[in-house]
Ligand binder design. Structure first.
Ligand SMILES: *Cc1c(COP(=O)(O)O)cnc(C)c1O
Length: 414
């Protein structure tokens, strides 16, 4: 029902993406190539490879068969120009930003960002001369005022967490196009079975594969997806790569420079988890979404719950945006407010099925009080700016039988 791919079903496609090379045993599962290096038949073949005339895996930090298959599968599922798998979501974000900027450049982003992304932008990259300009990404005029000749990109999250604010993606795409900027989306919360990034003008997606793609908190990973819809000649970093690689200049620069030389590659064992994770992604998202709807209805009818945040609920003011961009499924993270911080803690401590943990999109339902944990180091003013209330709880909804989740919440609210 919530498949954004038009031609084949998402899961059917996931299960049928061919391998780059035939498996000699016709294995139905992509084998795990847990190796560092690959043999060549001759010195001549080796020379041809290093000259770029004969494609083959050489050394697994640069590329390897199991990781390549994960990339191919995601490329097919996102109908994109190219995919690069890396060691974590943060590695994906850092690789992209380092690839499209140099010292003296700036990028524009929002106030509400994943915590470590905010730290990367405001601290780490700043130390290397890259300036992050933070804006209210809902305000077109505010964004345009920040653009100058050294601006390279607009970076945003499709749905912010834990505020669950949906980005005005088409407006951001319009501003990016007008000024020749790269539009980068962190789409971790909205997987490709519900969100077609290129349809709305996004050029590059970064994803924490640790979340949905891993099949349920099995391993760490990140991916970079190039949608092939940006003119790389607008960015001087790519001039050398455009000559040789044309529309593949972005992934080529990553593979030959930033990604290879900083070494944040995905382990083959991890790729194996990710491949399996993509096979069952649609099933899991569907189940989590149905659970969100049921939990939402339960919480809305409970006297002790003051407010419920989930733009997938038809009653939510952002539902029209959820429908427009994400087939009505704006991820499967919810928030709700209780009377006080004390009431939140008391409720959390009484839970038996729902786990107190900080991850997202595990198969298990996870709960956290963001104000006292993720935002612990923020000042009162910063929390207010990010709309983090001490009465708010975040729930990452899993695939359990929903009646057990409801019973757990009911007894903890009593
Ligand atoms: C978790 C997360 C990240 C970071 O990913 P890691 O795999 O933990 O490095 C980035 N963005 C968002 C939206 C996330 O939820």
């Amino acid at each position: 029902m919530m498949n954004a791919l038009k031609k084949t079903g998402f899961t059917t496609l996931a299960l049928n993406v061919p391998y780059a090379k035939n498996d000699p045993h016709n294995s139905l599962q992509m084998p795990l190539y847990e190796t560092v290096a690959f043999d060549f038949e001759s010195a001549e073949q080796m020379e041809a490879n290093f000259r770029g005339e004969y494609a083959a895996h050489v050394y697994s930090r640069s590329s390897s068969p199991t990781v390549e298959y994960f990339e191919l599968k995601l490329k097919a599922l996102t109908e994109s120009q190219g995919v690069l798998a890396v060691s974590s979501g943060m590695a994906a974000i850092a690789d992209v930003l380092l690839s499209v900027t140099k010292a003296g450049d700036n990028i524009i982003s929002g106030h509400q960002l994943f915590g470590h992304t905010y730290a990367l932008l405001s601290q780490t990259l700043g130390e290397f001369g890259l300036e992050a300009r933070f804006s209210d990404l809902k305000k077109k005029e505010e964004i345009e005022m920040l653009v100058d000749e050294n601006t390279r990109a607009i970076y945003f999250e499709t749905v912010t967490n834990p505020q669950l604010e949906i980005a005005d993606i088409e407006m951001l795409a319009e501003v990016a196009q007008k000024h020749g900027l790269l539009l980068i989306a962190d789409s971790t919360l909205t997987p490709p079975n519900v969100f077609r990034a290129s349809k709305f003008g996004v050029n590059v997606e970064v994803v924490s594969a640790t979340k949905y793609f891993s099949g349920g908190a099995t391993s760490f990973g990140g991916v970079i997806i190039d949608h092939g819809n940006y003119d790389w000649s607008l960015n001087p970093n790519f001039s050398k790569y455009i000559e040789k690689y044309g529309q593949n200049a972005f992934i080529a620069r990553l593979r030959k420079n930033i990604y290879r030389n900083t070494g944040g590659s995905m382990a083959p064992q991890t790729a194996k988890f990710m491949i399996q994770g993509l096979d069952i992604l649609e099933l899991r998202v569907e189940k989590c979404y149905q659970n969100c709807l049921a939990l939402g209805a339960f919480m809305q009818s409970h006297a002790k719950v003051k407010a419920v945040g989930y733009p997938g609920l038809k009653s939510d003011s952002d539902y029209p945006l959820a429908k427009k961009y994400f087939c009505g499924v704006p991820g499967t993270i919810m928030s709700f407010d209780l009377e006080s911080k004390e009431a939140c803690f008391e409720f959390m401590n009484k839970l038996n099925v729902i786990r107190r943990a900080t991850n997202l999109n595990d198969n298990k339902t996870l709960i956290i009080h963001p104000y006292s944990t993720i935002y612990a180091e923020f000042s009162e003013e910063e929390r207010a700016k990010a709309n983090i209330r001490d009465t708010m709880i975040r729930l990452s909804v899993g695939i359990e039988n929903v009646e057990d989740l409801i019973a757990d919440m009911e007894q903890a609210l009593a």
